[in-house]
Design a protein around this ligand. Structure first.
Ligand SMILES: *[C@@H]1O[C@H](CO)[C@@H](O)[C@H](O)[C@H]1NC(C)=O
Length: 235
């Protein structure tokens, strides 16, 4: 009898955990749909938006929204702490960042959602390395630049839910702007359905802007996430 009960409670516990994890996963999907869709949409269309002030305002607001929603679905009552830093306390124009971290939650073991909004003058080293990567930047340096970025990583407690990472950013120098960003899942246990859903989601987001984006961006990602030493892709 005892063995039977143990078996039943084991099955019950596993079933309940699966249900709970499933619910968490669905929540994560929902967050990704709303916000990461916004992230990419922003990266793809922000060129049409006038100026970086709007992009900075956008990512500041997005940070608050994402933190609030992830904390709500975490359900532990813990919230994302707020740690604001100044790049150069004697010069507020140099920029700032806001680091927000939630730890030891029910769903999230550790999650960080960061924003940084900075500006300065390109050093010759930085200018050289950027121009050597094909950007039309004066390699001598000395040009003023502005940069703004939001990056996040959410490590769930359950090994059945993949880690989610995403970022979106803009870099502006001498009147030219580059928008970039990315998103990836890193599973502990590979679940093909998750991978398919992830790619279907991003394809839909990309296709809304241009049919060439998904194949082109996926190729970039596949190259970027390849680890030659292990002959495998991460994320
Ligand atoms: C957020 O900022 C903290 C402190 O600078 C850093 O340790 C962490 O790696 C950052 N995380 C992300 C996702 O940018």
């Amino acid at each position: 009898l005892q063995a039977g009960w143990l078996h039943v409670s084991g099955v019950l516990a596993a079933g309940m955990l699966a249900v709970v994890w499933g619910a968490h996963w669905l929540h994560l999907q929902a967050v990704r749909r709303t916000h990461h869709c916004e992230l990419l949409h922003c990266a793809a269309t922000a060129g049409a938006v006038d100026g970086d002030a709007e992009f900075a305002a956008f990512i500041n607001k997005l940070q608050t929204t994402i933190c609030d929603e992830v904390a709500a679905m975490d359900g532990s009552g813990r919230t994302f702490g707020v740690d604001r830093w100044e790049r150069d306390p004697s010069n507020p124009a140099a920029g700032y960042g806001v680091t927000r971290v939630l730890e030891d939650g029910n769903l999230i073991e550790k999650g960080a959602v960061n924003v940084s909004i900075i500006q300065g003058v390109l050093t010759p080293q930085r200018a050289q390395s950027m121009s050597s990567r094909g950007r039309s930047i004066n390699p001598a340096g000395g040009d003023p630049y502005k940069a703004a970025a939001l990056s996040l990583v959410l490590h769930p407690r359950s090994p059945l839910i993949p880690t989610l990472r995403a970022d979106v950013r803009v870099f502006e120098v001498a009147g030219a702007k580059w928008y970039g960003g990315g998103c990836d899942l890193t599973p502990v246990y590979l679940n093909e359905e998750d991978a398919c859903e992830f790619h279907a989601h991003w394809k839909e987001v990309c296709d809304a802007h241009h049919p060439d984006y998904y194949p082109q961006f996926k190729k970039w990602c596949d190259e970027y996430f390849y680890i030659p030493a292990r002959k495998e892709h991460r994320g």
